[in-house]
Design a protein around this ligand. Structure first.
Ligand code: CAA
Length: 293
């Protein structure tokens, strides 16, 4: 029986992890935020503070920035190449883990095996993966019925949707508890009933990006024409190429590569591949499809 969630450990403090920790703290949960070194954690805390100040300016949080920040405890998750005792202790106190580490199955399986050993028996172990099978992540644990996908979108504090993904053995109770947690974080949910590559959203985004890319590469349209059509005429919040730059060309590259390994076919189009190979990942690199001086 899943108990009431009071404490959450978020593992991974990057683009997604810091935003998820922020959301959890805004919702009133005690949060442990874990990553491999203190610099990453300090950077994450700075980003959370910046975001909370923005939300406070607009009256979108009820409490002070300091009150929300005080719920977050940063912890270093790895020492001398091993998961740390601090992480084990955080997990032993937590009712829910949300993993947001790099999209590598082996890494995630190692973390889930560790979490399985140290987390409360009742705790749910969730992955924010956008492309890897929940069933295979769950196979690293002795509690696959309590392993679930909880897929947020970038930026987590502003995007309203969470995909709750059922692995082959995920129980209905785990799905219900995860939906409930997402709602407490102010999100709308869609339950992805089958653990298919890309779930729902990235299957749609995959086709959108493929089409945009082909329109430029084979259709003779410019990137700006395609983006302007999507944004100003179709009414999407961002152009398709703009979105790739915003979330990271590397992020989408890995997501679509993982989906393709699992049988999601798409036409070959080289624009994103060339940018990826050149390290031009978008906004964070100062250059992607567009330039960010
Ligand atoms: N926290 C708080 N405030 C933030 C913020 C954050 N993390 N990020 C931006 N803001 C603020 C901005 O600073 C700005 O504030 P001011 O008005 O004071 O200047 C305000 O929000 C509005 O932002 P913008 O002016 O930049 O523009 P916007 O109205 O377009 O909103 C957006 C930004 C919400 C990101 C919107 O453009 C959008 O919805 N874009 C699409 C994003 C999307 O599709 N994400 C999903 C990507 S796919 C993914 O994540 C999954 C995967 O598996 C790869």
């Amino acid at each position: 029986m899943a108990g009431e969630v009071k404490t959450i450990t978020v593992v991974g403090a990057g683009t997604m992890g810091h935003g998820i920790a922020e959301l959890a703290a805004i919702a009133g949960f005690k949060v442990y935020l874990a990553d491999i070194n203190i610099d990453i954690l300090n950077n994450a805390l700075q980003r959370i503070r910046w975001s909370l100040e923005k939300l406070a300016e607009k009256g979108r949080i009820r409490e002070s920035v300091e009150t929300v920040m005080s719920r977050i405890t940063p912890i270093v998750s790895v020492r001398d190449g091993e998961y740390s005792e601090d992480l084990a202790k955080a997990l032993s106190e937590s009712d829910f883990m949300i993993e947001a580490i790099p999209e590598k199955l082996e890494l995630k399986q190692q973390l889930f095996a560790f979490a399985d050993k140290h987390a409360k028996e009742t705790a749910i172990l969730a992955s924010n993966t956008s492309s890897l099978p929940i069933t295979e992540i769950a196979a690293a644990t002795s509690r696959p019925e309590k392993v679930v996908g909880m897929h947020f979108f970038n930026p987590p504090v502003l995007m309203p949707l969470v995909e709750v993904v059922k692995g082959e053995k995920t129980s209905e109770e785990t799905v219900a508890a995860t939906v409930d947690l997402a709602k407490k974080m102010g999100k709308q949910t869609v339950v992805v009933k089958k653990d298919v590559p890309g779930f729902i959203v990235n299957r749609i985004l995959g086709r959108l990006m493929e089409s945009a890319c082909l329109l430029v590469e084979r259709g003779g349209y410019t990137v700006v024409q395609v983006d302007a059509t999507a944004k100003y005429l179709l009414g999407l919040p961002m152009g398709v190429f703009e979105l790739a730059d915003y979330s990271g060309i590397d992020v989408f590259y890995y997501v679509f590569e993982a989906m393709s390994r699992r049988g999601f076919r798409s036409a070959k189009c080289s624009i994103f591949e060339e940018k990826f190979k050149a390290g031009e990942y978008g906004v964070k690199a100062g250059k992607g499809i567009y330039s960010y001086p």
